[in-house]
Structures are given as structure tokens and as C-alpha cells.
Ligand binder design. Sequence first.
Ligand code: COA
Length: 243
Amino acid sequence: MELNVALFVVVMAVVSALCISIFGRIGVGLAVLFWFVGLIGLAFSLAWVHRAVTEFQGSPFPGGSNSGARWDGALSRHKSEKHDSNMVRLVPMSEVEFRESFERTIVRRAADSVHRGVWSKEKATEAARSEMAVFIPQGRDSPGHRFVKVIDESNGKQVGEAWFSARDEGGKVRFWVDWLWTDPPQRRRGYATAVLQQLSREAAKLGADRMGLFVFADNPHAIALYTKLGFVSMVMGMSKPVQ
Ligand SMILES: CC(C)(COP(=O)(O)OP(=O)(O)OC[C@H]1O[C@@H](n2cnc3c(N)ncnc32)[C@H](O)[C@@H]1OP(=O)(O)O)[C@@H](O)C(=O)NCCC(=O)NCCS
């Protein structure tokens, strides 16, 4: 922009000098007129350029000459939130955190099963505990199982949790995502995607050629997530009411 102004001044100076040298006193009047019209034109063009630049940089953010820079920051953060699998760190749960996660899982599993008509309301919690006792008999130290908190790298806050496991099955590594959850206010920001991308790398490192999980057919959000990431249905459980 400074270059344009300098160019304008040089051109106007040359035009004025030519006018004066060619037309004498009348040339002075002409030069003044040129400067007047030129300055108005320059002011309009600078205003137009300023508006265009501001719009490009994101004037929706109010105030300050820094608004463009803030918009750039917001844009790159949005991109990284949506696409960067390194946006999260998976940190092993402490024993206390595992206990809390475990108890939440019991409550959720019991409620889900009652809702789906699988267990009775009275026996659901007991059934969930029995199931867990088989699934992870040694709790957090159950062989092959990992229980992690999902931490947002940018601010250190916990945004979710995941349980996963790997074991040898028929001479192949069976890598399984046992549970994945993101904090409701943090959903649709790419956290679960980032977790699954990291787990996919973890699975490959362990020698697995696939990773698997179970998902209920009435969980469209999770199914949309998994489908988007390339999971395909391998097994289908079916049931119907009977008379
Ligand atoms: C399922 C769940 C883990 C998704 O977490 P998330 O952090 O919101 O997922 P992401 O932001 O990575 O979503 C990625 C994609 O999944 C799909 N998706 C996720 N949530 C969705 C929703 N509520 N509706 C439609 N599609 C959805 C979309 O395709 C989304 O991409 P988009 O936002 O660009 O459209 C989260 O909703 C959750 O914790 N649900 C409750 C627990 C649960 O059901 N866990 C799975 C058990 S199998």
C-alpha cells in the first residue's frame, strides 16, 4: 500500500512538472486540479483496498488492528481441531480415575441394557458388575487392557476417555476399542476422530492389521463416526420380540 502511495506521488509530481513547464501559469492551476482529483481517487482506492483486506482476514471478529491475525489463529485452530490426530494425548488413568470411569461404565451399561430390554431394572447393576468381572478381572491391571484419559494438547483439559485392548487370537493380534466417550460440550470437534487415529497407529505398532469395536445399532452418532473413518460392519446381531 505504501508503494502505491509513493508511486502516486511520483506520477503526480511528474505530471505537475510537465503541466507547469508546458502551460506556465495555467499549468499550475491544472496541476492543482490534478492533485485534487488524484487525492480523492487515492482516498477511495485505499478505502476499497482496506475493506477488501479486512473482509478477507475476517472482519466478523470485532475491533482492533489485530483482528485479522486473530481470525488466522481461529482458522488454523479449527483446522487442527478437525484434522490433526496429534491434537490429543492419551494419558493412562490413575487408579482413582479408573475406579470412577469403571463406576460410570457400570451405571451406563445397566441403564442401556434396561433401556434395550436386555436386563431387568432390579438385576441390571449386578449383571453389569458380573460382566465386568469377566471382562477385566484385574481391573486397571487386567492384562492387555489400557484405560486412558483423552487430553486436549492445546490446553491440557480432559475431553474424553477410552478403553482399548490387544490380545493374541489365533496367531493374530486382535486390537479392540472397548469404549470411547467424549465430553458432550466438546463433541463434533474431531476429538473422537483424533483418538481413533492414534489408536489405529497403536494397533499397527502392535502388529494388528485391523482394529475393531462393537457399536449398538441404535447409536447413529457413533456409527456415523466409525463409518466416516472406514469401519465396516463384520457381524450383525439381530433380535425380535416373541409372542
Ligand atoms: C460418538 C462420539 C464418541 C463421537 O465423538 P466426537 O468427538 O463428537 O466425534 P468427532 O467430532 O470426531 O466426529 C467425527 C464425525 O463423526 C460423525 N458424528 C459424530 N457425532 C455425530 C452426531 N452427533 N451426529 C452425526 N454425525 C456425528 C460426523 O461424521 C463427524 O464429522 P463432522 O463433525 O465433520 O460431521 C460421542 O458422540 C460420544 O461420546 N457419544 C457417547 C458415547 C458413545 O456412544 N460412544 C461410542 C460407543 S460405541
